[in-house]
Design a protein around this ligand. Structure first.
Ligand code: NAD
Length: 500
């Protein structure tokens, strides 16, 4: 039977009132398994009001107590790891082991947030002037919001609310309407962990909910992760409404393969990073750039049998390398890109378009695809495909290989595979991309560093989590203090104070 999902507002499970719903599929069977409510403006306003009411007390809660809630939340998420991973896989389609990775990366941000008493400390200068001390403090902003994509329904909400709430803010999270069950459960677990009602609210919705968040004057800051055109809209609209905004967008992550690279290691890396989660990762490697034709030919020979041998299965099949993609519409979009690639002259070496999983013929499955001889003018190079499609482009030399990711509209991640330290070092310094891997295919920074791409992969100037995250979710106040000392009275001054 089709379930009806809810919102989580002010510490309570709340039914949707708008009368609008979004179909949530089981991508492995193609069936609608649930109806997600799409919040009307008033329902989002209820969540914002709950967050606003909860803010003064939460902001005044000392940082050690806030950290203890985070510790407890981490324990609860760990306790439920198996059931949460299964819930995530059934809505998203990624295999259970990968869902556990998604949740684990979120937990790691919560672990980082447990250090908030230290992270949120200000600075102090004794004797900044005669009898004057100067100190700064990082204060929470107030009501904050996060708008998240379908592809990491555990990690990305935790990137945002984990740090924001630890800093003393209260939060409204608007997860993707395609797989909202996991974020809804995280809301309940945060309450169980001891966060007061209203500190974390989860509202499921679409553009109407997003626009309410972007225009409501009570919301101080908005973090967004999703596709680039929407990210740009969020950034522009949020900023026009006076909010602090960070908006992460799409990607086209290149892997540069130098002639001296170990091609067995490279093919392991490319198969995992290109096809894991059916390529539905913003840090998936989708574009390989080989330096020299010989490298390309040798690599292609290794990759073809491995792409052909990929095991596609249901999200709960423990032996599957990857599962179905998220919706039938997304599947059609990916296959259309493959058709366009062929039409534009790329050579399709492995064709996974007609793959059907026996017994699951209506599931949103496709096999891995491998293209060679892709060129910079092709649509499949210029745009993000977000599916199990790996493309190879042949560059003549190192300079050309560095220029390709540097000039691309996206600048999320990039990797170089080489044994040459000098080439790797020069590449890391020169490439115009935000996150760089050296013989590491998916260089997602750990929680205590910061995640963020460049160019159309991120709008705004502050990254997710790490100390950048603490900066995004707090504002600095600087105090200059002098206590009465009658012996040092120096009369009125009409000149700007300096230290001359
Ligand atoms: P999406 O842009 O369709 O949706 C993201 C969020 O925006 C969802 O919550 C959705 O409800 C909302 N939304 C959708 N259309 C909207 C509209 N017209 N107005 C306002 N809000 C709207 O993205 P998706 O398909 O859920 O996720 C995949 C995309 O996210 C890919 O492009 C991927 O590269 C990107 N992504 C980027 C990162 C990163 O950190 N750079 C991480 C993960 C995913």
């Amino acid at each position: 039977m089709t379930k009806t999902l809810t919102h989580f507002i002010n510490g309570k499970v709340v039914e949707g009132r708008s009368g609008r719903f979004h179909d949530v599929y089981d991508p492995s069977t193609g069936e609608v398994q649930a109806k997600a409510p799409l919040a009307a403006t008033e329902e989002v306003q209820d969540a914002i009001a709950a967050a606003q009411a909860a803010f003064p007390e939460w902001a005044a809660t000392n940082p050690q107590k806030r950290a203890r809630v985070m510790f407890k939340f981490k324990e609860l998420v760990e306790r439920e790891m198996d059931s949460l991973a299964e819930m995530l896989s059934r809505e998203h389609g990624k295999v259970v082991a990968d869902s556990k990775g998604d949740i684990q990366r979120g937990i790691e941000v919560i672990e980082f947030a447990c250090g908030i008493p230290h992270l949120q400390k200000g600075e102090f200068t004794e004797g900044a002037g005669p009898g004057i001390d100067m100190y700064s403090m990082r204060q929470p902003l107030g009501v904050c919001a996060g708008i998240t994509p379908f592809n990491f329904p555990a990690m990305i909400p935790m990137w945002m609310f984990g740090v924001a709430i630890a800093c003393g803010n209260t939060f409204v999270c608007k997860p993707s309407e395609r797989d909202p069950s996991l974020p809804l459960r995280l809301g309940e677990l945060m309450l169980e962990a001891g966060a007061p009602e209203g500190v974390l609210n989860i509202v499921v919705g679409d553009k109407e909910a997003v626009d309410t968040i972007l225009t409501d004057p009570r919301v101080e800051a908005v973090s967004f992760v999703g596709s680039s055109d929407i990210a740009e809209y969020i950034y522009a609209t949020g900023a026009a409404n006076g909010k602090r905004v960070q908006a992460m967008g799409g990607a086209k992550n290149h892997a540069i393969i130098m002639p001296d690279a170990d091609l067995d290691q490279v093919s392991d890396a490319l198969i995992g990073a290109g096809f894991g989660s059916a390529g539905e990762r913003c840090m998936a490697i989708s574009q390989v750039v080989t330096v020299g034709d010989e490298t390309a030919d040798a690599l292609v020979e290794k990759l073809i049998p491995r792409v052909e041998a990929l095991r596609v299965g249901t999200a709960t099949d423990p032996d599957a390398d990857f599962g179905p993609v998220v919706t039938a519409a997304h599947l059609a979009k990916i296959k259309n890109y493959v058709d366009i690639g062929i039409k534009e002259g790329a050579k399709l070496l492995v064709d996974g378009r007609d793959f059907k999983l026996q017994g699951h013929e209506d599931g949103f499955f496709m096999g891995g695809c491998l293209f060679d001889h892709v060129t910079p003018d092709m649509t499949i190079y210029k745009e993000e495909i977000f599916g199990p499609v790996l493309s190879i482009m042949r560059a003549n030399d190192f300079e050309e290989a560095v220029a390709l990711p540097s000039r691309h509209q996206y600048g999320n991640g990039v990797a170089i595979f080489t044994r040459d330290g000098d080439a790797a070092r020069t590449f890391a310094a020169k490439v115009n991309v935000g996150m760089v891997g050296i013989n590491v295919p998916i260089p997602v920074p750990l929680a205590y560093h910061s995640f963020g791409g460049w160019k159309r992969s991120a709008f705004g100037d502050t990254n997710q989590h790490g100390t950048e995250g603490v900066k995004f979710w707090t504002k600095v106040k600087t105090v200059t203090a002098r206590w009465p000392d009658h012996s040092a009275r120096d009369g009125a001054s009409f000149v700007i104070p300096t230290m001359k």
